[in-house]
Design a protein around this ligand. Structure first.
Ligand code: MG
Ligand code: ZN
Length: 224
């Protein structure tokens, strides 16, 4: 009798197969792709809005906005100047998977795209188990949340390459201890890049934009 493959394992390997295809496609087209994960309300959409506003004229940015019920985030990103925005409404599912990405990716012109940003569903648990073919996961945490997030959701911090601490303008108005968060995050993932910023005041955004620009792969001709 053939070995029974547990359902979860089957789903994960099917997802990994599709994610590998996406990754190959993106790499062939020299597109740098990020998968943004966080709790609801940490500021993923705000950070993307600021990023589009700053870089949208010089770089082609594709955006995929995942949401459980609405297309609100996708609409916000379009209003912020995003020219290529595609919503994914999961209809209740608490994470995006590679199949959903495959379906919308065909609507983008990969020849011209420099960056692809995927805003995952706000949830620090299962999005960590679904590879979407991205280069890196970016985990956001804001100073209005509990500062024990890295300890509570270690999987997410282990699988992310970057941690963005948002809303630093509100530091000191709560018990959120920035040094403790950084210490715990680094205990879980010693290689984590940590950036601190405020989407509201713009503090620290330059560092984020420079970090991003260093990773753009296409050699764009300089238009005089
Ligand atoms: Mg959002
Ligand atoms: Zn989920």
């Amino acid at each position: 009798m053939p070995r029974q493959i547990p359902l979860k394992e089957k789903l994960t390997s099917e997802n990994d197969r599709l994610a590998a295809q996406i990754r190959e496609q993106l790499q062939q087209h020299e597109i740098f792709a990020l998968n943004f994960v966080s709790s609801p309300g940490s500021g993923k959409t705000s950070l993307l809005e600021k990023t589009i506003a700053a870089l949208g004229n010089s770089l082609e940015i594709g955006l995929i906005a995942g949401d459980v019920q609405t297309e609100n985030d996708a609409e916000r990103l379009t209003r912020a100047g995003g020219r290529m925005v595609r919503p994914i409404v999961t209809g209740g599912a608490c994470h995006l998977d590679a199949k959903m990405i495959t379906r919308v990716l065909s609507e983008f012109n990969l020849e011209t795209l420099d960056l692809l940003f995927i805003e995952n569903v706000g949830n620090l648990v299962c999005p960590s188990s679904f590879d979407l073919g991205e280069d890196m996961k970016v985990v956001l945490i804001s100073t209005t949340e509990g500062d024990d997030k890295p300890l509570k959701y270690p999987g997410m911090f282990r699988r992310s390459s970057v941690m963005v601490v948002n809303k630093i303008d509100l530091l000191g108005t709560s018990d959120f201890d920035l040094e403790r968060v950084k210490k715990h995050a680094r205990q879980i993932n010693a290689d984590l890049d940590i950036l601190e910023l405020s989407c509201r005041t713009g503090d620290g955004l330059d560092t984020w934009l420079q970090w991003l620009q260093r990773r753009v792969r296409k050699n764009r001709p300089i238009v005089a």
